[in-house]
Design a protein around this ligand. Structure first.
Ligand code: SF4
Length: 348
């Protein structure tokens, strides 16, 4: 079996069945060989650059009950939705730190995080930020089109778990219980013009190899359908939160590395994103293996940057370094931290 995995590694281009082999237990025995191939492909397709971004939390109110999340509706945590002015104040702090790529994050609270609210914010941020991505609830194609016209260019939407049975068990109530509407959202965004599409599975909910297989299939489909867009994958591992949820299938560092390398080898031009959920040591070590984007100095509660408002954070941030420290760590690995997004000129 290891010989078969090595034959896959020797190929110029691999297919989906080969990808499944890279996720196998046999492949884990030669993980270092996967890592070498992953490193080489990343260097070839992306050079030695890491794009840096910051999340801005708009609202931690939510109409969903996801059993793993600290923003879950049933929890008695302190809730807040920022006003447009408060969002702009937070954005200004992020801008002053040097970020030009911002990710707007929100729970599903459509009456407060409404389309006009989002459009106003995006239009104002568009004057300053090179790239605005949205990590909010799934929208209709027309809604995505409106936000794209306002100036947003990226959508991040994790399916959370591809296994439909587990999906049902952990999404107890609220609009998010609609599995298909969520699964098809990245496509609706792509059809509406968004050219940065980021998907993922919440690591710890399902068995990692099965989830990685479904994620690989999803990504391959998106890349084929939206070949001009930048498709990326994040690796959000479940962290402790106010929900006190115990992941049924915890994913080890080694398994995370195997998944990352397998995805890189399967889809060499895929963006790979790592947030501050992961520790400083792991993040630094993963830089040469295939990561292309990283968040830094993240606050995961609305108002977290200005600290004038206290609200519950969505998850604990493990890497607490400042953006300057993260940039220095990237440079120390002989990679270049990128704040200004040049891709836009080439993608449009
Ligand atoms: S995971 Fe998202 S949708 Fe679910 S409770 Fe948390 S914020 Fe709401």
């Amino acid at each position: 079996m290891i010989a078969t995995v090595r034959r896959v590694l020797a190929k110029e281009k691999i297919n989906f069945d080969d990808y499944l082999l890279l996720l196998s237990d046999a492949a884990s025995e030669i993980l270092e060989e996967l890592a070498i191939k992953s490193h080489e492909l990343t260097k070839k397709f992306f050079g030695k650059t890491i794009r840096i971004y910051a999340p801005l939390y708009l609202c931690n109110e939510c109409d969903n009950n996801c059993s793993y999340c600290g923003f879950s509706q049933k929890l008695p945590e302190k809730r807040i939705c920022l006003s447009e002015d408060e969002v702009l104040e937070e954005a200004q702090i992020i801008y002053q730190k040097g970020f030009r790529h911002i990710l707007l994050v929100s729970g599903e609270k459509r009456d407060k995080v409404s389309l006009p609210y989002l459009k106003n914010i995006i239009a104002k941020l568009h004057e300053k930020f090179e790239s605005i991505s949205l990590e909010i609830f799934p929208l209709s194609e027309d809604e995505y089109r409106e936000l794209f016209s306002a100036g947003a260019d990226g959508v991040t939407l994790y399916q959370e778990v591809y296994d439909p049975e587990i999906y049902k068990q952990v999404h107890l109530s609220g609009p998010k219980a609609d599995y298909a509407f969520r699964l098809q959202a990245p496509e609706r965004a792509g059809r509406a013009g968004f050219y940065r599409i980021n998907v993922g599975t919440l690591l710890g909910l399902g068995e990692w190899q099965k989830e990685a297989a479904s994620l690989g299939k999803h990504v391959a489909y998106l890349k084929k359908t939206f070949w001009q867009a930048e498709i990326a994958v994040s690796f959000p591992r479940l962290k402790s939160s106010a929900a006190h949820f115990k992941p049924p299938h915890p994913v080890s560092d080694r398994q995370l590395v195997q998944m990352l390398c397998a995805l890189r080898i399967f889809q060499p031009s895929l963006g790979l994103v790592l947030s501050t959920r992961e520790s400083q040591g792991l993040r630094d070590n993963l830089i040469p293996l295939g990561i292309t984007q990283m968040s830094a100095e993240s606050k995961t509660s609305p108002g977290g940057y200005g600290k004038k408002i206290y609200a519950e954070e969505q998850f604990e941030v493990a890497d607490q370094r400042s953006v300057a420290e993260v940039a220095a760590a990237i440079a120390h690995k002989n990679y270049e931290p990128v704040f200004k997004d040049w891709d836009k000129q080439f993608i449009c």
